[in-house]
Design a protein around this ligand. Sequence first.
Ligand code: HEC
Length: 121
Amino acid sequence: MDPTKRTRRLGAAALALGALLLGGCDSVQGLTADQAVPAAVSWGEIQPILQKSCLPCHNDAVQPAFKDEATTGPQAASIRSTIVEGWMPVPGTVKFSFHDRDMLLRWADSAMTRYAQKKED
Ligand code: HEC
């Protein structure tokens, strides 16, 4: 066999092996990344936060109301963006700790996936 052809074949084999190895690494990295992602936040966990920090205003008087997950889920993207922008809850009106903020944002992120919404910010 002519040496350039042989080198080319070797190169192709090396590429294939590389792709295989990379593919293998990817799934290992995927596993590690999954483990680093905090567990999804459930409606039950954020309900008391909504109750304390949002529902004082978001009741029948101020819409949207956040009564249950079925009606609140589709609003996850706008909930997320109003919180990220610091617009909600109206600053200085209710208690809203960093932990509350983190929990609501994590719930909103997963709800946006479940209800197939795009990020607004
Ligand atoms: C002090 C009262 C008050 C509190 C507390 C409050 N909101 Fe609001 N929120 C309002 C009012 C008033 C509006 C309507 C503003 C408008 O339509 O101009 C509103 C509007 C919104 C909207 C709709 C924005 C849009 O684009 O139409 C979202 C989403 C929202 N609030 C989320 C929240 C969340 C989440 C919380 C709790 C973390 C919260 N709000 C707490 C008064 C409040």
